[in-house]
Design a protein around this ligand. Structure first.
Ligand SMILES: [Zn+2]
Ligand SMILES: [Zn+2]
Length: 252
């Protein structure tokens, strides 16, 4: 069966469509442009930090980037699978705008791997929601597609209805960092009927990309306000300072 399918659909690079040896892989050119985040990463936001990889769990938890020292990060730990440039950026944009929901299983597995150190038994996996208006336009919430894969990989409950957008925040791309935080603050909430479900529960918040971290902060704030336990954040790609997202429709 697999062989027969291989004849009709030979395996293609996830990113560019070039022929590859196996399904769900990157071609050598896209692999070179993919920056997977290793152990040397900020414990809060997942951005790679220079230096030797941490030798213990305590050392890993103490690695905090400059941004996270000055920004409000109302969550405990965070991990990212990729840096948001090159192949990482191309894959995020393809999943978000390119009608490529088929990317969710392989990318979700990468994210599940990156999030593994954050996982605790019984944790709720909660995607950052889209506003209903944007949902109509895009047909799917890419964060929820990824969250479903992460939940499945770690055998945790997936709770896509636990957070909702209370107002439309518009595109964040052309806003400054302070403006992004102000714009998205209190735009997310746990609906009253869901408050019982979140009481005291540890939450793994999932999004496709983190730029300023304003959206994750608003989401974590909403969860904590509703009575959740500690919140951790897992994103497919983390924007780095050298290459801030600029193109239309980029990260929030
Ligand atoms: Zn490729
Ligand atoms: Zn950080």
């Amino acid at each position: 069966m697999k062989g027969a399918l291989g004849v009709v659909f030979p395996p293609q690079c996830l990113c560019c469509g070039a022929g590859v040896a196996s399904q769900g892989a990157l071609c050598p050119a896209c692999w070179r442009e993919a920056e997977f985040v290793g152990a040397s990463a900020c414990a809060r936001c997942g951005v790679p930090v220079p230096g030797e990889p941490p030798q213990s769990e305590d050392e890993a938890a103490a690695l905090i980037c400059d941004d996270c020292l000055i920004r409000d990060r109302p969550w405990r730990r965070g991990r990212a699978a990729l840096v948001y440039r090159g192949t990482g950026r191309a894959l995020v944009l393809a999943l978000k705008h390119g009608d490529r929901p088929d990317l969710a299983p392989p990318l979700g597995r990468w994210l599940a791997g990156a999030a593994a150190p954050l996982v605790r038994p019984g944790m709720l996996v909660v995607p950052v929601p889209l506003h209903p208006r944007r949902m109509l336009k895009r047909k799917y919430n890419q964060a929820a597609l990824l969250a479903r894969q992460v939940a499945r990989a770690h055998d945790l409950p997936h709770c896509p209805g636990l957070l909702v957008r209370t107002r439309h925040t518009g595109m964040q791309d052309h806003r400054g960092v302070a403006d992004r935080f102000a714009n998205v603050a209190s735009a997310l909430a746990v609906p009253p009927r869901q408050r019982g479900a979140v009481q005291g529960r540890a939450v793994l918040l999932v999004d496709d990309v983190m730029a300023s971290g304003a959206t994750a902060a608003a989401a974590a704030e909403a969860l904590r306000t509703a009575g959740s336990g500690p919140v951790c954040v897992a994103v497919l790609a983390r924007a780095v300072r050298e290459a801030p997202p600029r193109a239309a429709g980029d990260a929030e």
